[in-house]
Design a protein around this ligand. Sequence first.
Ligand SMILES: [Zn+2]
Length: 325
Amino acid sequence: MGNKIRQNYETLAQNLGFRFDVDGGALYGQRGTYDVIIYPQNTNYPYMLSVSISAQRQTGPLTKDACKQFKRDNKPVSALVQNGNVITMSLKNSSKQDALFENLNQALNALVNFLRTEGFQNCCQSCGNENPSACYVSGSYMLLCPNCFAKLQNDNTMAYAQKQNRSENVIGGIVGALLGSLLGVASIVVLSQLGYVAALSGVIMAICTLKGYEMLGGKLTKKGIIISVILMILMTIFGDRIDWAIVIAREVEIDIITAFRVFPELLLNDIIDMGTYVASLVLQFLFVLLGAIPTIINTLKSNKMQGRIYCLNGAAQNPDYDNCN
Ligand SMILES: [Zn+2]
């Protein structure tokens, strides 16, 4: 999460009287008698928010018509759905901070009033008991009672331990990274031949190589990242040379394989300018970095967050639920 977005979230939390969980990127607090979690629908659109409340009533879940009517009555709302005990309200995007707060505050009040009128009671989303708290569970947020939290914490610790134990298949990873990098090579050649400045091809090279390793290697560890980066560098040089070979083949009317083979000679004999070659290659590497850095940071971060489970109320850093109530 960028600094600017973080600051805006902090301001938003303050204005709402909520708190902000920096690690997971959500706001949480209470409105009326309900516990509320607010989070972006998609991390690429940080100002398109969703609001979740866990609640139930004797007469069963909300009807589709009631949800539709609520959406019609409240302009900032793009959808209202109930899934089990979880009622999620999605809001339209507002890029201006003032409008974002106004819309969110207004929709939140409307939702709380609506649920109270409809006879909904705050509850644990898993078992329906009272006293839920906002919890972070391996990448998502839940509203859970102490019992359900303790159970999940236990299960999660086991699942995480299993995942950690699952051995990394390095050979599979290399094969996956190689296949991914071939897509990168193809995109370098195709985009360059079409005459585009190929920032996109560098990004494709980086992402496909890393994802390829992860898919066939089972997980992407630091070792996998190093292997992938070496492959990216080699395959970028390879793709760039194919690109040159196609140009040479066209210019002097020889076949591409011959052009590919004689390329170093042309370079050494100054028939192709070394400066031009190096400059274009460096540019291509920069584009690869552009794709690789965010992907690597996100992977390492999600690896770290995967094993995490904690209760938010007052103890975002403390995984022990008992300390939060
Ligand atoms: Zn429960």
